[in-house]
Design a protein around this ligand. Sequence first.
Ligand code: SF4
Length: 265
Amino acid sequence: MTSSPFPVPAKAYIEATRANPELAAIAVALFAKHSASLLVRPPKTAITRSDAGRCGAQVAAEIAGEYDIPDSGFESRDKGSLLGLWRACFLKVAIETRHPDWYCLLEVERDYNGIVGHSDLTAYERARNLAWWTWETKSVEKFDVIAPHLPVLSKKDGRVLHEPNLRYITQTGLGALAEGSPGFSVSVFGIGGAYAQGDYITAEWEQAVEDEYARVARGEMDPTMDYQCKSCRVGRCPKNRNENRPAYWDALDVEVPDEDLVLLA
Ligand code: SF4
């Protein structure tokens, strides 16, 4: 058995590829090869890997074709997919040049218990063709960059500002289970070079993965994620707070005082 280098420090590996023009050119060519397929999304017909963390009622409405608010997620969805692939291409080149006994596949579709998804990258041992390490990257803009199993704390008084982002772990964990990888990592990138990486043993998260997708299938909301109601496209749901919901403003029936109208003007 080949001795494993995983988990590797993903950001340092990515930056090393970026700093080497020859290696960077290979990574860019990989990105060009894979990127078009990411932007073609067939209609949703079942729960998929990326549904971890989502409101189950919202997922069910999407599958049933019952969205009644127009899509405004073009920018964020595509940006997340393309950034994930971009970083994975640089990481693949770094791993395969430093550790020739290992190879990496990008965005391979795998199924676990009927739930299909793609991992940004999975590394395999060449000699036995065995999956060993699955990796995903996420980008955050609004919260501190922190490993997904940790809560975001207030710098002022230590209060919990945001619960751990376990959806990142359960999404990537499902990918690891589908691949048969014994370990996986989630790299979180933020603004200004902020970075955190969480490294996990797949078997330790198997139950959490199964519980999370069972919650989605039951149509339930994760109570720590109710901010989704602000961008949800299910206008008929009474909890919907999407400002694009057609009946939303009418239903409020609020009288705006004259002085506020002056301020708004
Ligand atoms: S409005 Fe909120 S509770 Fe209702 S379906 Fe959307 S995300 Fe779920």
